[in-house]
Write a protein that binds this ligand. Structure first.
Ligand code: TEU
Length: 513
């Protein structure tokens, strides 16, 4: 039902500031709706905009039904829904249901041992071995309560107790509030953690997870809205359970993002992308998975894909085009993260003072404790930090890239003078126009795209063969051989010609004869 949609993710804080306070806002998004629509977008996914102390940039919500004044008002949000709709686009809201902010009124009452709200969170007399995703123990002692509460993320993000039916009921009411306002899609933050059983050290995909998902769906979305669950490192079987039986429409697994990590988990210890592993990953999710794949090219939780897989300097534009050709011609729903469509890159900062992300700042301390020297730590952070993708949108070459007239909450990347939307859009061979072409093709030829594919790699060249077309993509900065032979019509090419060899980062798609 929701196949072949294009979803554009906005990180509101960094998109477009209309007040000059240095933070992006909802009116700023409204201002850019034509820009988003022209790309061919169906859904706009907004990272959280509700009331929050912003310790984790809004993924720490203190009031689920009020828009944070930082971004505007509930009326502004309503206007955004209406104006997006008028352009044929739907709003997808980010729901953070695994935890609240410690400033949420529920947690404040829990700290006062309120008989109702105490049980909204998870308490233990002593911590166990569970670690926070942001480093260190997942348990923090509360003097008021005399016990430890669980937080799988920062200590300011206490985990909700989904085993408590009252919690679930409050959550359903909140979601229905937004459905009534016209929200037509939902992204469910770290949803795979809600069925946890911490006393048994179970966090992800816990025993009650699927039951909770079904109940959630029955009480809210009822299969009528596009829902995408956020998971990390999911198996086929887990994905199947979440999505096939009246739970979610689809889910992120991010298995391809994890290929850069040395052990498949710890993001701060990286290795180079192995194309063979990438092919295996695509093969699994394109050919074995029977549901709808959420094709993710980037997000606010990952450094820019062109910076870590491809080349973001000399071959920046070719790399951006390679990325969207490859993902855009695979089956599923396509998720684009703001800035990719103009070829934005990592920030590459080597000064810790430039960073804001709680995960990055924690990692800096932990890596120091682990004995790494400053230079090595900063190299790791410059490659991996989430702030690489959270920097302000680069709209033009005026100061602060046209993002704000004030002081941006996070610096803009220096390359904005030549990497910006205005410049890219005026270039017939720009990245944005190429994205438009791929998206248009995708919409028109989805019957070709949804066919199964064969993936292979040879000398840094990835090949994807579908019944109707063949794609070859050179992931190296050297010329490489290809075997397209006497080709059929060229559908896509990020260079002007197809020569005997592929140029660095060249992608070519030809119709099969
Ligand atoms: O992300 C979940 C999550 O697991 C990531 O934080 C992940 O651990 C990391 O970025 C990659 O190693 C979601 C949100 O997308 C993220 O922004 C939040 O910080 C997090 O949940 C907590 O709500």
């Amino acid at each position: 039902m929701f196949e072949n949609k294009v979803i554009y993710q906005i990180y509101p804080k960094s998109f477009n500031d209309t007040t000059g306070n240095g933070y992006g806002d909802i009116n700023g998004i409204i201002e850019k709706l034509d820009y988003i629509q022209d790309l061919g977008v169906d859904y706009i996914w907004l990272s959280p905009c509700c009331m929050s102390p912003q310790k984790d940039n809004g993924y720490d919500i203190s009031d689920y039904v009020t828009i944070d004044p930082l971004f505007g008002t509930n009326e502004d949000y309503q206007r955004l829904i209406t104006q997006a709709k008028a352009r044929g686009m739907k709003i997808m809201m980010d729901l953070v249901l695994n935890h609240t902010s410690s400033e949420h009124e529920w947690f404040k009452k829990a700290l006062q041992k309120d008989p109702k709200y105490y049980d909204y969170y998870i308490w233990q007399d002593a911590p166990n071995a569970i670690e926070s995703f942001f480093g260190g123990s997942a348990w923090t002692y509360s003097k008021e309560v005399g016990k430890y509460y669980l937080h799988l993320f920062d200590s300011s993000q206490p985990d909700l107790n989904w085993a408590n039916p009252a919690v679930r009921k409050d959550i359903y009411d909140m979601i229905n509030y937004w459905i009534d306002k016209g929200v037509e899609g939902f992204r469910l933050d770290v949803i795979y953690l809600i069925g946890k059983e911490p006393d048994k050290l179970i966090t992800g995909h816990g025993p009650k997870f699927i039951e909770y998902l079904k109940e959630l769906n029955e009480n809210t979305f009822q299969d009528k809205l596009l829902t995408v669950g956020e998971c990390w490192g999911t198996s086929l079987e887990e994905q199947y359970k979440m999505c096939h039986d009246k739970g979610l429409s689809e889910a992120f697994h991010f298995n391809h993002f994890l290929l850069n990590t040395a052990d498949g988990k710890d993001k701060w210890h990286t290795k180079e992308l192995d194309l063979k592993e990438l092919c295996d990953c695509f093969d699994t999710w394109q050919n074995e998975y029977t549901g709808v794949e959420a094709l993710v090219t980037g997000s606010h939780d990952a450094p820019r894909m062109i910076s870590r897989w491809l080349n973001d300097t000399q071959y920046r534009m070719q790399s951006s085009k390679l990325l969207i050709t490859l993902f855009g011609l695979m089956a599923g729903d396509l998720y684009i993260y703001q800035g990719e469509e103009i070829g934005m890159t990592n920030a590459h900062w080597h000064d810790i003072n430039k960073y804001n992300d709680v995960e990055t700042l924690n990692a800096y301390e932990l890596l120091k404790e682990q004995g790494f020297d400053e230079k090595t730590i900063m190299e790791k952070i410059a490659f991996t930090s989430r702030d690489n993708a959270r920097v302000p949108m680069q709209w033009n070459d005026t100061s602060n890239a046209g993002f704000t007239t004030g002081n941006p909450w996070l610096d803009v990347v220096d390359n904005y003078t030549h990497v910006n939307a205005l410049r890219d859009l005026t270039n017939e061979l720009g990245v944005y126009k190429y994205y438009q072409k791929v998206i248009k093709f995708r919409k028109e030829h989805y019957d070709w795209i949804k066919q199964k594919a064969k993936f292979s790699e040879d000398n840094g060249v990835l090949k994807m063969e579908k019944p109707k077309f063949t794609l070859v993509a050179n992931f190296t900065d050297q010329k490489q051989a290809h075997d397209l032979g006497s080709t059929g019509d060229v559908l896509f090419n990020n260079y002007s010609k197809v020569e005997k060899q592929l140029m660095p980062y060249q992608v070519v798609v030809v119709c099969n004869k």
